[in-house]
Design a protein around this ligand. Sequence first.
Ligand SMILES: [Zn+2]
Length: 118
Amino acid sequence: MTTPAVDADSQLLIHRCVDCRRWIHPETERCPECAGELKAEPVSGDATVFTFTVNHHAFHPAVPVPYVIAIVELAEQPDLRLVSNIVGCAPEEVTIGMPVRVLMEQRGDTLVPVFARA
Ligand SMILES: [Zn+2]
């Protein structure tokens, strides 16, 4: 899955259909429901952990192991899910259904949206 965009205020941006108002992630060319145009809009950043795994293998020097790779479901829409990391707590404290909130983590030159316990 693609990493969602972040705007100048470090808000998480997700694509949304301008016609039926459905949120779409990962981004597609057109709305899969009504073929409407998509436009990035900020979301609340509130989410819950849908599922997760603890990773012990280092992929990026800026990210120490172990860390949690999670699929989080955004509060805006029941099937609006994205892959991210859960930060700020021990991996064994993460549970499915845990409420989380987005925060932006600097990794090299890019701000990456990650989630911490709400
Ligand atoms: Zn649509």
